[in-house]
Ligand binder design. Structure first.
Ligand code: GYE
Length: 324
C-alpha cells in the first residue's frame, strides 16, 4: 500500500514538473496526462504492415501512450466500427490507416463533433473537407511510382523494342494502389514502347500475387517486366514465375515497392531487380504529432516520410542492417 502511495506521489510530482507549463488544464479528456489513442490498423496483409504495427505499438509504449489497437482485416466496415467504438470510449485521439480512400466523411464528422482529433497515418482519404483530420503522416506514393518508372526507363534506354509490362496492383481503391499506378504511368507513359499488357489487383498479399501472376503467365507468353505495388505480391509472383519454368530477375525483370527484409533478400539474390523503399516506421513521428495536437500546438497538414531506392548491389550492402 505504502509503495503504491509513494508511486502515486512520484507520478503526481513528475506530472507537475513535466506538464505543459504547469497550466491547470490537461490536454486529455481523461483528466490526467496519459494519452489514450485509438488506432485502427488496415490488417496484417504484408511484411510492411507487420513492421508498421510493431512500430506503432513500440512507440506508444515508449511515449507512455495507452494504445487501443484494432485490426480491420482489410475491411472498411470494420474500420468504421472501430472508429465509432473509439468515439464511444472517448479516447483522446484517433489515428488510423484508411484501407481505401473514399467513404470516410460521415464517421470523421462524428469524431469532429465529439471533439476527438484524428491523425491519418500511412494512407490518405479523399475527403474534400480537410478539417476532418489534423494531419496526414506517410509516404508520397506518387513519387514511389515515379521512381519505379524512372528505373525502367533507364534500364531500357538503349532499346527501341516494345517492353511488355504486367502490373500487380495493391488493394483496389487504396491510396498506395491509386498513386503508385499513377506515378508509374506518368513516367513510362511518355514512351510508347512501354506497354502495360495486363494489370490486376493482388490485394497486397503474397498468395494473391502468386495467383494473379499465374494467370498473367498463362495468357501472356511474352512478359518482360513485372511491376508489383509491394514486395509481398512480388514474392508471390516469383513463385509463379519459377513454377512456369522462367527465371525471375532475368527472363522477367521485377520492380517492387516497400523494401522489407524478404524483398531485400530476393533483391540481393538477383530475383528482384529494383525496390523503391516505403518506410513503415511511422510510430515515433505519430506519437510526437499526437502529443503536439493534444497540447494545441500547430502541426503541418502533411508530413512526408523520407525514402530511398535499392539496386541489387545496394541491397547486398544494407541487408544486414535493415530494421524491418
Ligand atoms: O506498401 C503494402 C501494405 O499502405 C504503404 O500497404 C502501405 C502499403 C504497403 O500492405 O505492403
Amino acid at each position: 500500500m505504502l509503495k503504491r502511495i509513494s508511486a502515486l506521489v512520484l507520478a503526481a510530482v513528475l506530472t507537475a514538473s513535466c506538464g505543459s507549463g504547469g497550466g491547470a488544464t490537461s490536454a486529455t479528456s481523461s483528466g490526467d496526462d496519459t494519452i489514450t489513442m485509438g488506432f485502427s490498423q488496415v490488417g496484417a496483409e504484408s511484411g510492411w504492415r507487420t513492421a508498421n504495427t510493431k512500430s506503432v505499438q513500440d512507440s506508444a509504449k515508449n511515449a507512455g501512450v495507452t494504445l487501443k489497437f484494432s485490426d480491420a482485416q482489410q475491411k472498411q466496415e470494420n474500420q468504421i466500427k472501430a472508429l465509432r467504438s473509439f468515439i464511444q470510449q472517448k479516447v483522446d485521439i484517433i489515428a488510423f490507416s484508411p484501407v481505401v480512400e473514399s467513404g470516410w466523411d460521415t464517421v470523421l464528422q462524428e469524431a469532429k463533433r465529439a471533439n476527438i482529433p484524428v491523425i491519418l497515418t500511412d494512407r490518405a482519404v479523399d475527403s474534400k473537407d480537410t478539417t476532418l483530420y489534423k494531419t496526414f503522416l506517410g509516404s508520397d506514393f506518387v513519387e514511389e511510382g515515379k521512381k519505379a518508372g524512372q528505373w525502367l526507363v533507364e534500364e531500357y534506354k538503349s532499346s527501341t523494342d516494345p517492353v511488355n509490362i504486367v502490373e500487380l496492383q495493391g488493394t483496389t481503391g487504396s491510396a498506395p494502389a491509386n498513386d503508385r499506378k499513377a506515378g508509374f504511368l506518368e513516367v513510362v507513359g511518355a514512351d510508347p514502347k512501354f506497354k502495360i499488357i495486363a494489370t490486376q489487383t493482388g490485394d497486397f498479399t503474397r498468395a494473391k500475387g502468386k495467383e494473379v501472376m499465374e494467370a498473367f503467365l498463362k495468357s501472356n507468353p511474352d512478359i518482360d517486366v513485372l511491376y508489383a505495388h509491394n514486395d509481398d505480391m512480388g514474392l508471390g509472383a516469383i513463385e509463379a514465375i519459377e513454377g512456369a519454368g522462367k527465371v525471375p530477375g532475368k527472363d522477367i525483370k521485377i520492380i517492387t515497392v516497400d523494401a522489407v527484409k524478404d524483398g531485400m533478400q530476393a533483391l540481393a539474390d538477383g530475383k528482384i531487380n529494383f525496390i523503391v523503399e516505403c518506410s513503415p516506421l511511422l510510430g515515433p513521428q505519430l506519437m510526437d504529432l499526437a502529443k503536439k495536437v493534444l497540447k494545441g500546438e500547430q502541426v503541418p497538414p502533411r508530413v512526408v516520410t523520407e525514402e530511398t531506392t535499392f539496386t541489387q548491389e545496394q541491397a547486398k550492402e544494407v541487408l544486414s542492417t535493415r530494421q524491418y
